[in-house]
Design a binder for this molecule. Structure first.
Ligand code: SAH
Ligand code: SF4
Ligand code: F3S
Length: 448
């Protein structure tokens, strides 16, 4: 309909997702929850009856994005007063009602553990209320979300198995925005995974802020007790039709021997591991409250590579943490040289309100920028070298969507490289591919 509303009662929902994969998963679940209320997802805010911004609070830049995007939505809201604007996610949790004060155009604010209440909140806005839900509820949101619809979906999916974080690294807001660490029960995870496979999913990435600390209650039929991530992965690997399993993000201190062994034993567990270390300096690791040394991390990497020699490692790094000297930074570069990362994410330290590190004096911005530049140059070199080493090799590729050129398809390799291939393919095709070339952020290949 021209005005975006359908006489049959269908309303349109536009969701913008910022931040990590957990938010991507949450956005999908929120869309489903609103779907049960008659909302269908649209790709443009102009068409929408409701706009939901699923926000990230991890760094200042990420957080400020909410306010610039709200500013951009203002003319739309003025032209269409019936348009509802909701703020979800980690900024919603951190700032709560302050968002309404700063931006009166917002109709509701909902934190990441409360979004099962979204339909009731939206209903309340009809009478002019501006609900804010940012308590950590005592009930489990997953038990109050609608069952996932049997419609077909893209072949790779996320599945959140663990929420929150108890680690309280000195720089990080996640324990405050997501709350305490909670693992979902085994049975629920298995059911959701089976449901996804019935919808055409062939690859599942298990998610958690500390996914390798997973310890979910197992049903009596499966022997009861608490299962760790390795045991869960073994059970998932037995699901027919599920071909690939990944997990992210892992903390080095939770990388147990059973999980390391799983990398050598379970063929469906893909040879890629995101294992952030943040810094290579013991002094800085201590100040960050990471609770391990650089040496312990390197020993761990050796053990993992002994179990799965071809595994690609990825990591996260923070430069210019308060008090970081040039020698500390050099230690980080040295650690990177030893590990050789396939990919990595690196950030200049950003002081976050309420975290212990934010009390300490910051380094000059230029120092951080210069270090980030040097760090990224080294990581870029490693990424290119590892990509080039793939040329001539044969890898599995799960195809997801058509590429830019006619006849071209794009998918992900076992090692999570984007690979493009020309051929008669379809979404969900899992094929062997010979890598023929390496570009900036992707590989080219041909079907074997
Ligand atoms: N649970 C994961 C990290 C989640 S946050 C872990 O422990 O590794 C994702 C990444 O954002 C972190 O690994 C860190 O590198 C970065 N990050 C978090 N807080 C930050 C801050 N205050 N400034 C800069 N980078 C930050
Ligand atoms: Fe943040 Fe540390 Fe928890 Fe990761 S482990 S989410 S960096 S507090
Ligand atoms: Fe951002 Fe929240 Fe994820 S702060 S990184 S969206 S857990």
């Amino acid at each position: 309909m021209a005005d975006g509303t359908d006489p049959g009662g269908v309303k349109k929902l536009f969701i913008k997702t910022y931040g990590c994969q957990m938010n991507v998963y949450d956005s999908e679940r929120m869309a489903e929850a609103m779907g049960a209320e008659g909302y269908v997802v649209t790709e443009t805010p102009e068409e929408a009856d409701m706009v939901l911004l699923n926000t990230c609070h991890i760094r200042e830049k990420a957080s400020e994005k909410l306010y610039s995007d709200l500013g951009r939505l203002r003319p739309l809201k003025q032209a269409k007063p019936g348009l509802k604007i909701g703020v979800a996610g980690c900024v919603a949790q951190a700032e709560g009602p302050e968002i309404l004060t700063r931006m009166p155009m917002v109709d509701l604010v909902v934190g990441p553990q409360s979004y099962h209440r979204l339909p009731a909140m939206v209903a309340a806005t009809a009478s002019g209320a501006k609900p804010v839900e940012t308590d950590f509820p005592t009930e489990d949101k997953f038990e109050h979300l609608p069952d996932r619809k049997p419609a077909r979906r893209a072949p790779a999916a996320f599945l959140t198995v663990q929420e929150g974080c108890d680690k309280f690294c000195a720089f990080c807001v996640v324990p405050y925005t997501r709350g305490a660490e909670v693992s979902r029960p085994v049975e629920r995870v298995l059911n959701e995974a089976r449901g996804l496979v019935e919808r055409g999913v062939r690859e599942i990435t298990l998610l958690g802020q500390n996914v390798n600390a997973y310890h979910g209650a197992a049903p009596r039929a499966l022997g009861g007790g608490d299962w760790g991530l390795a045991r869960l992965i073994r059970e998932l690997a037995a699901i027919d039709g599920l071909e690939r399993i990944r997990y992210t993000t892992s903390h080095p201190n939770d990388m147990g021997d059973d999980l390391i062994a799983a990398h050598g034993e379970i063929a469906k567990l893909m040879p890629y591991l995101h294992l952030p270390v943040q810094s290579g300096s013991d002094r800085i690791l201590k100040a960050m409250a990471r609770k391990h040394t650089a040496e312990q991390y390197l020993t761990l990497v050796e053990k993992i590579r002994a179990a799965r020699p071809d595994l690609h490692l990825s990591g996260d790094f923070i430069v210019a943490f308060p008090g970081e000297t040039e020698a500390d930074f050099e230690a980080t570069l040295e650690l990177i040289r030893i590990v050789e990362y396939g990919t990595a994410f690196s950030f200049r330290y950003s002081a976050r309100p309420g975290t212990p590190a934010a009390e300490k004096p910051e380094l000059p911005r230029a120092v951080g920028e210069e270090r980030l530049h040097r760090l990224q140059a080294l990581l870029g070199q490693q990424q290119r070298a590892l990509q080039e080493a793939m040329v001539g090799r044969e890898v599995g590729v799960l195809f997801e969507k058509p590429g830019r050129d006619p006849g071209q398809w794009v998918g992900k390799s076992d090692y999570l490289h984007a690979v493009h291939v020309t051929g008669d393919l379809a979404p969900g095709a899992l094929r062997r591919v010979r890598i023929t070339g390496s570009a900036l952020n992707s590989l080219a290949g041909e079907l074997v």
